[in-house]
Ligand binder design. Structure first.
Ligand SMILES: Cc1cc2nc3c(=O)[nH]c(=O)nc-3n(C[C@H](O)[C@H](O)[C@H](O)COP(=O)(O)O)c2cc1C
Length: 369
C-alpha cells in the first residue's frame, strides 16, 4: 500500500524474516501522465524507480507496481524495473480511485474502456520482454459500476497479465459498504484456469479469508488494511486456514498464545519506529540545520500515530486508548517516549483482533489532536 504500507511497514511486518506473506507485496511507483521523450524521460523514470529494491525483504521477493496512462512511459518504466532492478513482477495499478490520478486517465479510470486496459497492460508486457519479470494487474470491479468487468478481465488476459488482483469494489464505492466477493467468483468464472485471481477486499481475519475463498474460489487473497490492524494476520491465516477433507476452506482453532502475539506486535512497532527514525535522521543530517528538531520529532510521532489509528481501532481492548495516543504532543513528548507509551498499552491490553474494518480514509481524519 502506498504511504502507510511503505517500505518501513513492510520491513516491520517481516521483522523476524517470517512475515507470513508471499510475493504479493509491492512498491508503488507513480509515472506522470506526460513527460518529454528520450533521455529526459529515461532519467526521470529511473529516479522515480530508484527507491525500489527487489531484495528489500531478503527472503521474500518484492514486486513493483506502476501507475500511469502513457503507454510509452509505462513500457520505459517496466523495462527499467525488469532489466536493471531485477523486479520479479511489474504490476499495473488499475484500481486507484483518487481523483488526482483518475483525472489524468490513470488508476481506476483505465477501467472505463477495456481498450485502455489492453493498451496499458500490453505496454508493461512490452517493457518486461526478455527480462525475468512477469506482468500482473490490480483492478477494481469497475469505474462507476461493474458492467465492464468481464471485458476488462479479458483485455488484461489477452494483453499478457499473468495474474490479476481484484479489489471487489468499484471506484465509485471508494471504501464504503462491503466488498462484493461475488464479483471475484465472477472473475474466476470468466478466466477459468487461464489467469489466477487474487481476491481482495475486507479480509481482516482467518474467518473472513476462508469465507472469501469459499465464496469466490479465488486462487489467493490480498490484504491491505487488515495487515495494519493485525500485523499477525498473514501468519494467522497460514496457520489456521485449511481445506477440509471435502476441499472446503475452514478455520482451525486460533493458533497463537497471547505472549507470542504481544512479542510480535512489539517487535513490529519497534522495527517500524527504527525505520522511521533512521530515514529521518539521514534526511536531517543531509539537510544540515534545514530541518528543525521539532519538525522532525512531529514527523516521527505522526508516523507512529498513523499506525496506531489502525492497530488500535481493530482491537477492542486498545480502541478506547486511541485518543490518548492522538493527544501526544511532540513538543512535550519525544518520539522515543511516545513509542514507549504505545508499547506499554499493547503489552497491557492486546487481545486477538476481531473482524473490525477501519475505513482507511475516514480513519485519517477521524481523530483530532
Ligand atoms: C493507505 C492505503 C494505501 C493503498 N495503496 C495502494 C497501492 O499503492 N496500490 C494498490 O494497488 N492498492 C493500494 N491500496 C488498496 C489496497 O491494496 C486494497 O486493494 C484495499 O485497501 C482493499 O483491501 P483491504 O480491504 O484488505 O484493505 C491502498 C489502500 C490503503 C488503505
Amino acid at each position: 500500500m502506498e504511504g502507510l504500507g511503505d517500505a518501513r511497514f513492510r520491513i516491520a511486518l517481516h521483522a523476524d524474516g517470517r512475515g507470513g506473506f508471499t510475493e504479493a507485496c509491492k512498491e508503488f511507483i507513480r509515472i506522470p501522465g506526460t513527460l518529454p521523450r528520450g533521455a529526459v524521460a529515461e532519467k526521470i523514470v529511473k529516479n522515480l524507480c530508484a527507491r525500489y529494491d527487489a531484495d528489500e525483504l531478503g527472503n521474500v521477493p518484492l514486486g513493483a507496481q506502476i501507475m500511469g496512462s502513457d503507454a510509452e512511459l509505462l513500457t520505459l518504466a517496466a523495462k527499467h524495473l525488469g532489466e536493471d532492478k531485477n523486479a520479479p513482477r511489474v504490476d499495473l495499478n488499475c484500481g486507484c480511485p483518487a481523483s488526482v490520478v483518475t483525472g489524468k486517465g490513470a488508476g481506476s479510470s483505465l477501467l472505463k474502456d477495456p481498450k485502455f486496459v489492453y493498451d496499458a497492460v500490453r505496454a508493461v508486457a512490452r517493457g518486461v520482454e526478455g527480462t525475468n519479470a512477469i506482468v500482473t494487474m490490480k483492478l477494481r470491479t469497475g469505474y462507476d459500476d461493474s458492467g465492464l468487468l468481464r471485458e476488462n478481465l479479458c483485455a488484461a488476459r489477452d494483453a499478457g497479465a499473468r495474474f490479476i488482483s481484484l479489489h471487489a469494489r468499484t471506484r465509485a464505492q471508494g471504501y464504503s459498504g462491503r466488498a462484493n466477493w461475488d464479483d471475484i467468483a465472477f472473475a474466476k468464472e470468466v478466466l477459468g484456469d487461464d489467469v489466477p485471481i487474487i481476491g481482495n477486499g475486507d479480509v481482516t481475519s482467518p474467518l473472513r479469508c476462508a469465507e472469501l475463498l469459499r465464496v469466490s474460489n479465488a486462487d489467493g487473497v490480498g490484504i491491505g488494511r487488515g495487515a495494519v490492524q493485525d500485523p499477525l494476520i498473514f501468519r494467522r491465516i497460514a496457520a489456521t486456514v485449511k481445506r477440509d477433507v471435502n476441499g472446503v476452506w475452514r478455520v482451525t482453532e486460533d493458533a497463537f498464545e497471547r505472549e507470542f502475539e504481544v512479542d510480535f506486535v512489539v517487535t513490529f512497532l519497534r522495527t517500524f519506529a527504527e525505520e522511521v527514525f533512521k530515514t529521518e535522521n539521514k534526511l536531517n543530517s543531509k539537510r544540515g540545520s534545514g530541518v528543525q528538531e521539532r519538525e522532525l520529532e512531529a514527523f516521527k510521532v505522526g508516523k507512529l500515530k498513523s499506525i496506531v489509528k489502525y492497530l488500535f481501532a481493530g482491537n477492542e481492548a486498545l480502541k478506547p486508548h486511541i485518543q490518548e495516543v492522538m493527544r501526544i504532543d511532540p513538543l512535550k513528548m519525544s518520539a522515543e517516549d511516545a513509542l514507549d507509551t504505545i508499547e506499554r498499552l499493547v503489552v497491557r491490553e492486546w487481545v486477538t483482533p476481531q473482524h473490525v474494518l477501519v475505513d482507511a480514509f475516514s480513519a485519517r481524519a477521524q481523530y483530532q489532536k
